[in-house]
Design a binder for this molecule. Structure first.
Ligand code: FAD
Ligand code: 2HG
Ligand code: ZN
Length: 537
């Protein structure tokens, strides 16, 4: 039913008219986040505390050998002198800290192998000598998984960055694990294809790191998880043996699908060195719209309707709340995308092969959203720059939050209707705990954004100072809340050192036991990425 009050008509025109974005004239502000490593100091020049000291409960496992000059010489023999960083604090800094400046390790040695055989030789030696190893990709992970805790050797995949093959009939790409995601996507672009995943860290993260974390990202809704798109893997096991399952077959039902074990294993049972992955055709027509909404109920209505009306062309449905927007605005000089502000926003992307068809569908959907008063305002990008401008807001929250004195990051999944309740409950809980809502409170805000279409909320709590009451109030409170909804304490970033101790909130005892059995089987000396992933007890 088309209701036509003056307000509705005005709103409708607003969406349907060709140039609706108020930010149209701004030069391209979009950049994929190319995260430069920083030295051991935060933006306010505080030294990043050592993970081993900041987080209680870590004790160096004395079974692990301390590096000797003889070991270093052996590694030089494998990778060559130029592919190794040893005892040089300045050069080691980038590998010993994560980009959030939250975790800091004490490694004295970084190895940068160039071939799978070199990785195998390194791991065999480390296993024989009981030297602990941390595999590292682009170092953009958000749970401390890629950073040593003590003196583990860092095995960086950054020099293994070649594309191995591409079949332009089937769209199957094989590549080294150290290829940067954005590099692969740009390369595929030339061939009319694209990577099936996309995330804000694409300018730095490696495909190997994406696989090791089972990264989800912005288009999982459309292209599915890596568990579906990966066809084969090449993995070096801790004892140095190479597990070659670089299949390029879409169908293969011969035996256990072992590659799945390594997807999401966060470098604890093998080092991924190569991948075979199915890539989709790059869409000929892409549209991006942004809606301003008054309530989370409206967000859900907009989502439900987008699945019904946009169905096969819907490629992303992201949301953020106004609290997230405020933090973004505080740290960005970008002009607002809408004249007024709303409690919630959704970003809708369509990708298809026929522009007229997609435009028609999107316009009709947006008109319905406005007329039914689900959305209060809407803008549609008219060109590539405007598309990027809208995406840059969504992709900019992580970096903006990183500029606050402290940020407590949570990445949870739950039934879609529960997402805003989770945010509201946390705000109230922190107010009740006396750390939020007063002029001198340590908490600046609780912000929500994420892949709402996947039931994945990024709940971030920004603080103006470190106050030990804050983490104590959040954990395990939030994990208990999530468990009650049958949700997951990590939807996509993984466990690392941030969440391994809380695994039982998401996995039953029997499964954790089986995970430990698999770890013991593949890595009996526990040299790969110790102190992480599995709970210590
Ligand atoms: P690293 O950080 O280097 O490593 C991550 C883990 O994988 C570590 O445990 C490491 O030991 C292991 N590892 C790395 N390479 C290998 C390998 N070759 N073999 C075995 N183990 C390995 N994640 C999402 O899921 N969705 C998002 O939308 C998303 N957006 C992000 C946006 C920003 C701005 C940032 C900073 C991060 C984001 N992330 C997101 C986090 C995400 O996990 C990563 O960015 C990415 O998948 C990690 O890749 P990496 O190469 O940087 O891995
Ligand atoms: C995203 O979706 C990433 O933007 C990062 O997964 C989330 O900053 C975060 O908490
Ligand atoms: Zn995410």
């Amino acid at each position: 039913m088309l209701r036509t009050t003056t307000r509705h008509l005005a709103a409708l025109r607003h969406v349907a008219q060709p140039v609706v974005m108020r930010q149209a004239s701004r030069a391209s502000v979009y950049k994929s986040v190319t995260l430069l490593s920083r030295p051991y100091a935060t933006s306010n020049n505080k030294v990043v505390p050592l993970t081993a000291e900041k987080y209680p409960g870590f004790t160096r496992n004395d079974q692990f050998k301390k590096l000797t000059e003889k070991d270093v010489d052996h590694f030089k023999g494998i990778v060559g002198e130029s592919a190794l960083i040893y005892n040089n604090e300045d050069d080691l800094a980038a590998f010993n800290t994560d980009w959030m400046n939250k975790y800091r390790g004490q490694s004295q040695l970084v190895l940068k192998p160039k071939t799978t055989q070199q990785v195998a030789d390194i791991l065999k030696y480390c296993n024989d000598q009981r030297i602990a190893v941390v595999p590292q990709g682009g170092n953009t992970g958000l749970v401390g998984g890629s950073i040593p805790v003590f003196d583990e050797v860092v095995l960086s995949l950054q020099s293994m960055n070649s594309i191995r093959s591409f079949d332009d009939v089937s769209g199957i790409l094989t590549a080294d694990a150290g290829c940067i995601l954005e590099g692969l996507d740009n390369w595929l672009n030339e061939k009319g294809y694209m990577m099936p995943l996309d995330l804000g860290a694409k300018g730095s993260c490696h495909i190997g790191g994406n696989l090791a974390t089972n990264a989800g990202g912005l288009r999982l809704l459309r292209y599915g998880s890596l568990h579906g798109t990966v066809l084969g893997l090449e993995v070096v096991l801790p004892d140095g043996s190479i597990l070659d399952s670089m299949s390029t077959l879409r169908k293969d039902n011969t035996g256990y699908d072992l590659k799945q074990l390594f997807i999401g294993s966060e470098g604890t049972i093998g080092v991924i060195t190569g991948v075979s992955i199915l890539t989709p055709r790059r869409p000929k027509a892409v549209n991006v719209a942004l809606l301003g909404l008054n309530s989370y109920d409206d967000v859900q209505k907009a989502f439900k309707q987008s699945r019904s009306e946009l169905s096969e062309i819907l490629s992303a449905f992201e949301f953020w709340d106004n609290n997230a927007l405020q933090i973004y605005k505080k740290h960005s000089d970008a002009k607002p995308l809408m004249e007024s502000e709303y409690p919630f926003y959704v970003l809708i992307e369509t990708s298809g092969s026929n522009k007229d068809h997609d435009d028609e569908k999107l316009t009709s959907y947006l008109e319905n959203m406005m007329v039914d008063e689900v959305a209060q305002d809407g803008v549609v990008a008219q060109d590539e720059t405007q598309i990027k401008n809208i995406w840059s807001v969504r992709e900019g929250f992580t970096e903006a939050l990183g500029k606050e004195a402290a940020v407590y990051k949570y990445d949870i999944s739950m039934p879609v209707p529960k997402i805003n309740e989770c945010l509201e409950d946390m705000r109230q809980h922190l107010k009740d705990g006396g750390v939020f809502g007063q002029p001198d409170s340590p908490i600046i805000d609780v912000v929500g954004y994420g892949h709402v279409g996947d039931g994945n909320l990024h709940l971030n709590i920004a603080a103006n100072r470190i106050d030990k009451r804050v983490p104590e109030l959040i954990e395990p409170y939030l994990f208990e809340w999530v468990a009650k909804q049958n949700g997951s304490i990590s939807a996509e970033h993984g466990l690392g050192v941030a969440k391994n101790q809380f695994l039982s909130y998401s996995k039953p005892e029997g499964m954790i036991k089986m995970m430990k059995t698999i770890k013991d089987l593949l890595d009996p000396n526990a040299i790969l990425n110790p102190y992480k992933y599995l709970p210590s007890k």
